[in-house]
Design a protein around this ligand. Structure first.
Ligand code: HSE
Length: 433
């Protein structure tokens, strides 16, 4: 059998501990599968003494993660620290500069610095493997980068944040409030260290930026993603969605349009009969629409120690076998500069919830502002005057539009607000048919 692959792991949180558990408990079987033993030799984390439920006594401890990367007995570095800059970036740069392959789950780091890190990797004969950085246990990176290499991608979309999907699912099913569900997701180990990354959509945006690069052969452009999170979704929106035959999901969507590459993350009304609508709880799903294969939807656990560690170990074994693929699927200097499609040119249907003063003529004003911009309405729904009318004398009115543009919708909603018929901020949720 070939020489052992000696690995160093930096970051010993939920995923780090789960990775150690797999590599130790399945050591013999993994050695056979990889064709060589895989041995953990060194670890690093912020706090040394903490009980992580795994035995670290056989591994060299480094307080400084950069020292772990430079340890001459470490052949491969696993980065599970998180964070787009600081120590995680220094560790990855040090490992790549030493020609060592890196396995990382760090989507924030790659969304911000993917292009420069891929260049560093190439110039030192190293590579970056990041299956765990998007959609947890779903092997979507391998699918896009390797298995589907014979295709031209049209669109990649999906539910990429387990925390948000868990929160929306529980709010809908149990009528719980947002904060209660967020707390439960944190306790289950799904949420990021700073949960704003989850609920405000940044985590999804980071993952989407990586999938976009792989799908369209473009440099990672994390800043180009339009981002809206789920904190503004109300129980009334979830109730209306159900009544109208939709379910609300936080979607990440990347597609090539006439205006360039559109990358967007926002709460979305999806038809209740669609595959994505059926994806509940912490589960993620990614739909890839490509030519000639057609549409492939991958569904699986998107967060949590075991699912993410499964992807980390998959990458480690791949590298142990000697599989080397360019970080973003092609040499970095062959990645195109992406043309960003402005969100204002996005085309689609819209759900608009307005809190409207209950007086004659209000509905006529709303209809006029829409008609002036050529926006065609599929339905208008006013919810029960008695049950829903609030103390100010306003009632919720829901509009569903046919396909139009983001720019026209924003203009129309701003004009309605100026007309003085609203009692509270409008809610706008895009519809994917
Ligand atoms: N916080 C992430 C999620 C975990 O909820 O999906 C892995 O990225």
């Amino acid at each position: 059998m070939a020489d052992a692959l000696r690995i160093g792991i930096a970051g010993l949180g939920t995923v780090g501990a789960a990775t150690i558990r797999i590599l130790t408990s399945a050591h013999n079987e993994l050695s056979v599968r990889a064709g060589r033993p895989i041995r953990i030799v060194a670890v690093s984390a912020r706090t040394k003494g903490r009980d992580r439920g795994v035995d670290l006594s056989g591994y060299r401890w480094h307080d400084d993660p950069v020292a772990l990367a430079q340890d001459p007995e470490v052949d491969l570095v696993v980065e599970l620290m998180g964070g787009s800059d600081g120590q995680a970036k220094a560790l990855v740069e040090a490992a790549l500069a030493a020609g060592k392959p890196v396995v990382t789950a760090n989507k924030a780091l790659l969304a911000a610095h993917g292009q420069s890190l891929a260049l560093t990797a190439e110039s030192h004969g190293a590579t970056i493997a990041f299956e765990a950085a998007a959609a947890g246990g779903i092997p979507v990176i391998k699918a896009l980068r390797e298995a589907l290499v014979g295709n031209t991608m049209r669109r990649v979309s999906g539910i990429l944040n387990g925390t948000c999907n868990y929160i929306l699912s529980r709010m809908e099913a149990e009528g719980l409030d947002f904060q209660q569900c967020l707390k439960a997701a944190q306790e289950l180990g799904y949420a990021e260290a700073d949960p704003t990354f989850d609920i405000e959509g940044y985590d999804t945006a980071h993952k989407l930026a990586l999938l976009t690069s792989l799908a369209f052969g473009t440099e990672v452009d994390g800043d180009a993603v339009y981002v809206e999170g789920i904190s503004g979704v109300t129980p009334l929106d979830l109730e209306m969605a159900e009544e109208l035959g939709f379910r609300i999901k936080l979607l990440g969507v990347a597609e090539r349009t006439a205006a360039g590459i559109e990358q967007r993350v926002h709460p979305t009304m999806v038809s209740r009969s669609s595959q994505l609508a059926g994806v509940m709880g912490v589960t993620n799903a990614v739909s890839i629409d490509a030519d000639p294969v057609g549409t492939i939807t991958l569904v699986g656990p998107g967060a949590g120690g075991g699912a993410t560690a499964s992807a980390v170990v998959g990458d480690i074994v791949d590298l142990a076998r000697g599989n080397r693929v360019a970080t973003f699927g092609r040499p970095s200097n062959e990645l195109d500069k992406p043309v960003r499609a402005p969100m204002q040119r996005h085309e689609g249907g819209y759900y608009i919830r307005l809190q409207v003063m209950d007086r004659p003529g209000a509905a006529a004003i709303i209809a006029t502002r829409m008609a002036e911009r050529g926006i065609s309405l599929e339905s208008i729904l006013q919810k029960g005057r008695d049950a829903r009318r609030n103390a100010n004398g306003s009632v919720p009115v829901i509009l569903i539009t046919y396909a139009t543009t983001e720019l026209l919708i924003r203009n129309a909603v701003a004009a309605i607000a100026e007309d003085g018929v609203l009692d509270g901020p409008p809610q706008v949720i895009r519809i994917e048919r």
